[in-house]
Design a binder for this molecule. Structure first.
Ligand code: ATP
Length: 420
């Protein structure tokens, strides 16, 4: 771990390495054992921010190391901490979405992973190589960070062929790449005549020239219209599980794609990482994000004058409650240990149907109400949407940062382990 402020050297490195990571072809020499992480990634309810044991670090039995496994990644600019103690693990072979609002630290994190910005702190591995030695892994990484730097007057094909030659690669593969990014029919047209979506897809083609094992795409849907976004989604998904998986080299490709909108990536991602103010808010299987959702319940007693007593009862269960007209709104969060005393206690099973799960909490509430002479005539469950869940995570992470005085706007002298 080395505390480093950004220096001129850093900035020179950034410019030089941006070209390297984004455009220069990379030779793959190492063979990695094949793995279909889509089938191995567990989809059962992981707790927030926790990585299932089998996916942590090099823990895939018989499989390759995680494509990305970094710990305590931190970036400070002067006294301002923009990425804070971030742990990121991306299993090999998945499409991982890196999601967070504007300014959450996504680009800074991706730049650190690509060796374009030097981390203030942090360690770990990328494709099994040390984070601190990007030259060892960059040859197997393709990236699209910011706008593509391609020649406007050259055709798409000539652009890719020139980049391949510059990187010392055989330009023979260019046609296959144009096909892969959906530009086979426009390969002879000048780059400047392309739509924004086509330009982005050609830039991804440039990042594919080296047949990378890890592809990092920073907001590739930025500025695209809905149809461009759909095409980009399909392309990104196909890059991980298209022909390559069964292809000549047999190595799975991992894709890390950032976006500020969960809705843009959740359909194509196996794995989601949510960041806010440089902090990790969630990482795990996409299904896990929804499984950890909070559900809200509306309770309506037979007689409105028993609302006060019912509210006290709900509060006694440790559940947040609001009054709305003739009913109560109760938050049931099945990631939190329920306050209802159960046979397993607060550490007991807390799945939706478990003895500490929301169904059991509701049943307990209902019984307790009846025991006090309150008859519930309506119990309505409302599940939050994935987008609501994402917003909730972002807001609670922001709130944690505010309450601990460690928002990205605050200065920091301590970088020790913090609650996420
Ligand atoms: N070179 C720099 N010097 C100082 N602050 C910086 C620098 N680069 C980024 N930041 C700050 O770091 C924070 C995170 O920026 P970053 O670009 O990583 O966020 P982001 O999540 O990618 O945002 P967006 O979705 O808007 O691109 C921002 O507040 C930004 O102003």
């Amino acid at each position: 771990m080395r505390p480093v402020a950004q220096t001129d050297d850093d900035r020179r490195r950034t410019t030089r390495d941006r070209a390297t990571a984004t455009l220069i072809g990379m030779t793959t020499t190492t063979s990695t054992p094949g793995l279909d992480a889509r089938t191995r990634a567990p989809v059962a309810d992981p707790p927030l921010t926790e990585i299932p044991d089998g996916l942590r670090g090099t823990g895939l039995p018989g499989g390759p190391p995680a494509a990305i496994d970094v710990r305590g990644l931190t970036k400070r600019y002067g006294r301002r901490t923009v990425v804070r103690n971030l742990d990121v693990t991306v299993p090999t072979g998945v499409v991982a979405g890196f999601v967070g609002p504007n300014g959450a630290g996504k680009t800074t994190t991706l730049r650190m992973l690509l060796g374009l910005v030097r981390p203030s702190e942090g360690s770990g591995t990328i494709l099994g190589e040390p984070l601190g030695e990007p030259a060892r892994y960059l040859p197997r990484v393709g990236a699209l960070i910011e706008s593509p730097a391609l020649y406007p007057t050259l055709s798409g094909r000539r652009n890719l062929a020139s980049l391949a030659v510059l990187a010392g690669q055989d330009p023979a593969g260019v046609d296959a790449i144009l096909d892969e990014v959906g530009l086979a029919g426009r390969g002879d047209d000048a780059f400047r005549t392309y739509s924004l979506g086509m330009k982005q897809r050609l830039a991804i083609g440039a990042a594919l020239l080296s047949d990378p094992d890890l592809l990092i795409l920073d907001e590739p849907t930025n500025g695209l219209d809905p149809s461009g976004i759909r095409q980009m989604r399909a392309l990104v998904r196909s890059l991980a599980d298209g022909e390559r998986e069964a292809g000549a080299n047999g190595r799975p490709r991992t894709v890390l794609v950032s976006s500020h909108l969960l809705s843009e990536v959740e359909q194509i991602c196996d794995w989601i990482i949510v960041v806010e103010q440089g902090r990790l808010a969630y990482q795990g299987p996409t299904d896990g994000l929804m499984a950890s959702t909070t559900s809200r319940v509306e309770l309506r007693p037979e007689h409105a004058d028993s609302l006060g007593m019912l509210a006290d009862l709900v509060a006694g269960f440790g559940l947040p409650v609001d009054r709305a007209g003739d009913r109560l709104l109760v938050e049931l969060d099945h990631t939190a240990p329920a306050a209802v005393p159960g046979p397993d206690g607060p550490d007991g099973p807390d799945g939706p149907d478990g003895p500490d799960g929301p169904d059991a909490v509701l049943a307990g509430l209902n019984r307790a109400a009846l025991a006090r002479g309150i008859t519930l005539v309506e119990i309505t469950r409302q599940r939050t949407s994935l987008e609501d869940r994402y917003q909730g995570l972002v807001e609670s992470t922001r709130e944690t940062a505010r309450s601990t005085g460690t928002s990205s706007m605050s200065t920091s002298t301590s970088t020790g382990g913090e609650a996420r």
